[in-house]
Design a binder for this molecule. Structure first.
Ligand code: URA
Length: 240
């Protein structure tokens, strides 16, 4: 938690914690329902220190959370977005979220399952998604047709997907006749599906198993999530 950004306006503090919209929390403050260190404060612009000040609404003390990190086992049928007018998003599934600015780190297709990190840490997301960093992502894929002998070699040498995109070398590890693990170091749109199309096959089921140092927790059923541990966050920050 950095000290440098610990001073913020009281209305932003409350809105960040989803106490209400900015307009709603301003009203709460003006009505005298908010206390800072035991004193009623009625000016929404008042600066507070999120590391030290004790803030309460209607007598209930809040605790300010700067950054949140969750691991979600994404089910099929939800979209990788923060909000959507019509469809359920991965962020909607994080029912215990304290912050309202959470987003998924990268995207999984609507029909893809598995590991998705949900956070409001933009720096970490950038680090994990930056094309320069080449963070490994491992997927489990089930295929329409049997794998061919030459597929492994084709993935390893960098598949040409179309005129604009040649995939970086990827590792294909056969699990059974129609199942494989694939490790890629980039994250282009529909990448795994397009790689199998390039070898005349088709993905019928896809699940992400890991991202950098982080493995999907096997105790999480589809749609379940948990907070990341300090060690997992630290390891992700040094992901290469
Ligand atoms: N590759 C795909 O084709 N889809 C995903 O959701 C992720 C990787």
């Amino acid at each position: 938690m950095s000290k440098s950004n610990s001073m913020l306006r009281l209305d932003k503090y409350l809105a960040d914690l989803s106490v209400g919209t900015r307009t709603e929390v301003k009203q709460l403050i003006r009505k005298g329902r908010v206390m800072v260190n035991g004193n009623t404060i009625i000016v929404p612009e008042t600066k507070v220190n999120s590391n030290q000040d004790r803030i309460s609404v209607d007598g209930r003390e809040l605790s300010y959370v700067h950054l949140e990190y969750y691991m979600l086992n994404k089910p099929a049928g939800v979209v990788s977005a923060s909000n959507d007018k019509k469809q359920t998003t991965v962020v909607d599934l994080i029912e215990e979220a304290k912050r309202k600015d959470l987003f998924p780190v990268g995207r999984l297709d609507k029909d893809t399952e598995g590991l998705l990190i949900i956070t409001n840490d933009g720096d970490l997301a950038h680090q994990l998604l930056s094309p320069k960093k080449h963070v490994d992502k491992v997927y489990f894929a089930r295929l329409r047709d049997p794998l061919k002998k030459e597929d492994e070699e084709a993935f390893a040498s960098g598949l040409t997907i179309d005129e604009e995109f040649t995939a970086l070398p990827a590792v294909l590890k056969r699990v059974s006749e129609r199942e494989a693990y694939v490790t890629i170091r980039e994250g282009k749109f529909h990448q795994i599906k397009r790689m199998f199309e390039a070898v005349k096959n088709e993905v019928v089921y896809l699940k992400r198993i890991s991202m950098g140092s982080l493995n999907l927790d096997e105790n999480l059923s589809l749609g379940e999530y948990r907070e990341l541990t300090e060690d997992e966050i630290k390891a992700l920050r040094s992901s290469k």
